[in-house]
Ligand binder design. Structure first.
Ligand code: SF4
Length: 370
């Protein structure tokens, strides 16, 4: 039985450490480092991968999702003018007489939910309690493409070769926290496909993942080792590590972590990621405005390919004080998110000190320069 150790490398500190452990234990001939290129990466990511290849004398396999077929099928779908699925909207539930239907506690009493003071982002100040109304769906409405919107969509529905943009053009929207299809389509599927090919070739695949339990609630119970299918296993060697341990480990090997950590980035991934924190968005806009400009261009392309004619990188309802999505991508697009990211206290007050800070000073979230 020949084992292939497949290491998912993102160019971040966790996957760097995982790669180093694998190389220490099994040597470069038994280790296959892979990188999923989303197309929404910072240049430093590619540079760091090149740096690792040179420093460790290894080859990192680049995987790239392709959506040419999906885009071609969507073009056909629009051109044939098929009716689209019915759209349902979430609405507060009422009874036959139009009276609100409230959620109930176990003892039958009406459930109350707190109303927070928007001036305090961390939801620490409760203004009042109100009865919690049940949420249901309206009867929905069918949408079809108008000739104008068809022409507009067909103009932009052309594969660009950039996986992230092509995925969004195909879907007619950007991913969101609730619909995080980017991870599945751009990372998970190419990796699984790659590993299954190795299994078909007769290898046993051990997939190494740089996951730490202290990263998030969801990863708190991550197992160190598990079998995920015939001939396929997952190994997470650093589940018990802290972020500081990964940096120490990289330095102890005489290497440098990705320089993005020294430029205010809490994590290395998409630039920006849909899960980026408010302060990260602020940092990105100041240090790498060209990436925000790129996202703004993508918003206008994806809006054209969308049946709603509006698609924003960060869903508009997630931005405080913005509720009317129909105003368009310009009003609710990435630049309005950046304006919001520059504010403090729930988005009402601009943080002048934060804007005056020198954008080239090290402000690593991990205190690398301390
Ligand atoms: S979750 Fe973030 S980092 Fe992951 S693919 Fe989506 S945008 Fe990129």
């Amino acid at each position: 039985m020949t084992i292939k150790h497949v290491i998912s490398v993102s160019s971040g500190k966790d996957s760097d450490s995982t790669l180093l452990i694998a190389l220490d234990r099994f040597g470069k001939n038994n280790v296959v480092p892979i990188f999923c290129d989303t197309g929404n990466e910072h240049e430093e990511v590619y540079q760091h991968l090149n740096y690792l290849e040179l420093a460790l004398d290894i080859k990192i396999v680049r995987l790239k999702a392709n959506f040419d077929n999906e885009i071609a099928n969507k073009r056909m779908f629009i051109a044939r003018d098929k009716r689209l699925k019915r759209d349902y909207k979430k609405v507060p539930k009422t009874d036959r007489n139009g009276n609100p239907v409230y959620c109930k506690n176990e003892d039958g009493s009406v459930r109350l939910s707190p109303v927070y003071d928007e001036n305090f982002e961390d939801k620490t100040v409760i203004l009042k309690y109100v009865p919690e109304q049940k949420i249901g769906y309206d009867s929905g409405r069918k949408r079809r493409w108008s000739n104008k919107s068809k022409r507009r969509a067909l103009e932009v529905l052309i594969p660009t070769g950039n996986p992230y943009l092509d995925l969004c053009l195909w879907k007619g929207r950007f991913p969101s926290r609730k619909a995080q299809f980017c991870t599945e389509e751009l990372k998970r599927n190419p990796v699984v496909e790659f590993q299954l090919e190795l299994v078909e070739q007769g290898y046993t695949v051990v997939s190494w993942q740089g996951v730490r339990r202290d990263e998030s609630e969801r990863r708190k119970s991550a197992l160190k080792f598990e079998r995920i299918g015939p001939g396929m296993y997952v190994y997470r060697p650093i589940v018990e590590w802290t972020a500081a341990m990964t940096f120490d480990f990289i330095y102890a090997h005489g290497l440098l972590p990705n320089s993005l950590y020294k430029q205010g980035m809490g994590r290395v991934g998409c630039m920006p990621c849909i899960n980026a924190r408010k302060d990260e968005l602020h940092q990105i806009s100041r240090r790498f405005p060209e990436h925000i400009e790129r996202i703004s261009e993508w918003e206008s392309l994806v809006s054209s390919a969308s049946k709603h004619q509006v698609a924003t990188f960060i869903p508009a309802p997630e931005i405080k004080n913005i509720t009317n999505k129909q105003e368009g991508a310009k009003a609710h697009g990435i630049w309005s998110v950046i304006d919001w990211a520059k504010t403090t206290r729930g988005g009402k007050q601009y943080d002048l000190l934060a804007n005056l800070e020198d954008a080239h000073v090290c402000s690593s979230a991990y205190g690398l320069c301390e």
